[in-house]
Unconditional design. Structure first.
Length: 242
């Protein structure tokens, strides 16, 4: 009797904002049966303790502004382990579909004939509530703009100038290297006094933050030695608890 070969599988799994207990129940179950886990820099390493003893765990992180595993290398590992082990879990910090390149990995896997599964994670920006910052609030913010602070070419996203024109909350991912440019953009538009906040290591024991006007973002970050990973939140919602 001929064995029926299992179709290779890829699980793209969001690890949440940092606290390992903020992973979804579905994600928890997937890790418990994982054969191979490719995990990145922002996924809490404590989650790897959920995997079976024989699970192969491979770091494919991308340190901000430093050494990193290229996306091509990650794709190659996905293909290799999906076919050699039957399935592979790609564990990514936050939510894989919000500045996480998770969908690129899904598309690559499908091109290789690998069956794909997406398991959403809690987005990092939702951890703002741990600092008494709701992303929306009646009569204060009617929406949310979520932008990247650094585009592929290293420049500041032009969408920021559009976001500034509304009363929506602006959430900036990967913007710490661009703090001076972000502040200058607001100041030049006459919006330097808008309240802002920076939250580093949200939802973890290392969480710390500062609040103040957007024009002072650089000084605020330096005063508390805030670096990456962090999210920047700009708008009246950052001032509600003061």
């Amino acid at each position: 009797m001929t064995d029926i070969l299992q179709q290779p599988e890829l699980y793209v799994l969001g690890a949440g904002p940092g606290d390992p207990e903020l992973i979804t129940v579905k994600g928890y179950k997937i890790l418990q049966q994982a054969k191979v886990v490719l995990y990145d820099n922002l996924a809490n390493s404590e989650l790897l303790n959920l995997t079976p003893p024989d699970c192969e765990k491979i770091y494919v992180g991308k340190q901000p502004y430093g050494k990193y595993t290229s996306q091509e290398e990650i794709h190659s590992l996905i293909k290799h382990f999906a076919f050699s082990k039957g399935s592979v879990v790609r564990l990514k910090g936050g939510d894989p579909f919000i500045f996480g390149r998770g969908f690129e990995e899904i598309l690559f896997a499908r091109e290789q004939g690998i069956k794909t599964y997406y398991i959403p994670g809690i987005t990092s920006m939702q951890a703002s509530g741990l600092e008494d910052i709701p992303l929306t609030h009646r009569a204060v913010s009617e929406g949310i703009w979520v932008v990247t602070g650094t585009k592929k070419d290293g420049t500041l996203s032009a969408d920021l100038r559009l976001a500034m024109q509304s009363n929506a909350t602006v959430v900036i991912y990967m913007g710490m290297k661009q703090l001076a440019s972000i502040a200058a953009t607001y100041i030049d538009a006459g919006f330097g006094d808008i309240p802002a906040a920076i939250i580093q290591h949200a939802s973890t024991i290392k969480q710390k933050s500062v609040k103040g006007p957007v024009k002072d973002l650089v000084a605020l970050a330096e005063s508390q030695q805030l670096t990456h990973p962090a999210i920047i939140i700009i708008g009246g919602v950052t001032n509600l608890a003061i």
